[in-house]
Design a binder for this molecule. Structure first.
Ligand code: WQD
Length: 348
């Protein structure tokens, strides 16, 4: 049987390099395009070290249709895993048009070439930020209850709280129309807080400078690279006053992409589309994350209470039952194991 060839956009990125490794190790041929705006070539070398060979890589910006088409001419792609996104929520609020140009225009050029070259299968990395950010927070689950359903896939996706979420919402709707009128097969994977590191310890979320996200920030505090963590407010209607999130280990996250791939591979019709929440279904507050990190690192995590970030979403967690029931998928890595895995990096 012909080996399937998969185009992975921004495959040198922190999370998507894991997809390259997972799909290559599952005997698919991957082709990476990345403009290196949000990644660095050292990750490509680490992929090489893990796989013992270098997947094909082209330094191409999706908005450069001519260069992108040269790649499409070289291969007969069966699939696209579309990860090419700027994803810092705070930055999207400061540079909305930069985000619309990169995330939307790049995607449209990609979809045009997919249609021209009859590549109709796409897995799109979407986000929980597509859900209605004004939805009232339900009366919080009784203390001690760990799994509490909130966002389900059929909830309204609109009224996004930041330009980053808006780009995700708009692309989901464009793909919905392409599934209806251009026979695209689409799976939108809505995830929220991917965290931590590859078991090889060669690839991890270690942004240069000040991290945007909670997980790498805590690790830099634990390794004394940063003096303390800012906790963005502690007086919310939650279990301990801090916001909650659903943190999913990046290896589990990518495992789900393989499951989604299998689902679409077994389709015997075109024009399919579906959305899945990709979370563990368990929420963790910021203070709980601090305590879990102390347990994993045996280090103190000093923190100060700071004002809420004006774009911060309220507590976000989800109902994972759809991905659990339809694809018998559940997250397998515990938060403690993710944290210990990551600490091995920062403490190297
Ligand atoms: C988590 C919690 C903060 C840092 C993420 C991704 C973004 C997108 C949307 C996928 C929040 C608190 C954080 C800190 C803190 N993902 N926090 N001090 O805001 O959920 O956004 O989801 O599409 O790419 O970034 O993630 O890690 O920034 O914050 O108190 O120094 O930790 O208030 O409650 P967020 P985060």
């Amino acid at each position: 049987m012909k080996q399937k060839t998969i185009l992975i956009t921004w495959g040198i990125g922190y999370i998507w390099s894991h997809a390259v490794i997972a799909f290559e190790q599952t005997w698919y041929k991957t082709v990476i395009i990345d403009n290196l705006d949000n990644s660095c070539l050292s990750t490509y070398r680490n992929i090489w070290e893990i796989l013992w060979y270098k997947p094909d890589f082209y330094e191409v910006d999706l908005r450069n249709k001519e260069k992108l088409e040269e790649v499409f001419k070289k291969y007969s792609f069966d699939w696209v895993l579309h990860f090419a996104w700027l994803k810092a929520v705070w930055e999207s609020c400061e540079k909305p048009l930069h985000y619309f140009d990169n995330n939307l225009v790049g995607s449209l050029r990609l979809f045009e070439l997919m249609q021209s070259y009859n590549v109709k299968n796409i897995i799109f990395s979407s986000s929980a930020t597509v859900y209605d950010s004004n939805r009232s927070i339900p009366t919080f689950p009784p203390k001690g209850e760990r799994s509490f359903n909130w966002f389900s896939e059929n909830d309204l996706t609109w009224n996004t709280s930041n330009p980053y979420g808006t780009t995700k919402f708009l692309i989901e709707n464009i793909l919905n129309d392409l599934s209806k009128f251009a026979s695209f097969n689409v799976i939108n994977l809505r995830y929220f807080n991917p965290i931590w590191a590859h078991p090889s310890w060669l690839i991890w979320e270690n942004p240069d400078g000040l991290p945007n996200n909670l997980s790498p920030f805590i690790m830099k505090v634990a390794s004394w690279e940063l003096p303390y963590l800012n906790v963005f407010w502690d007086d919310y209607e939650t279990i301990d006053g801090s916001w909650v999130r659903d943190y999913i280990d990046v290896v589990d996250l990518i495992d789900w992409h393989l499951k989604a791939y299998e689902l679409l591979e077994n389709l015997d019709f075109s024009g399919f589309i579906d959305n899945f929440n990709l979370w563990t279904g368990k929420w963790v507050s910021v203070f709980e994350m601090i305590q879990e990190s102390k347990n994993a690192t045996w280090k103190d995590i000093p923190f100060k209470i700071a004002p809420r970030r004006n774009w911060d979403l309220a507590s976000v967690y989800c109902n994972p039952s759809k991905s659990k029931n339809i694809l018998e998928w559940t997250a397998k890595t515990s938060l403690q194991d993710s944290l210990k895995n990551a600490w091995k990096f920062y403490n190297k």
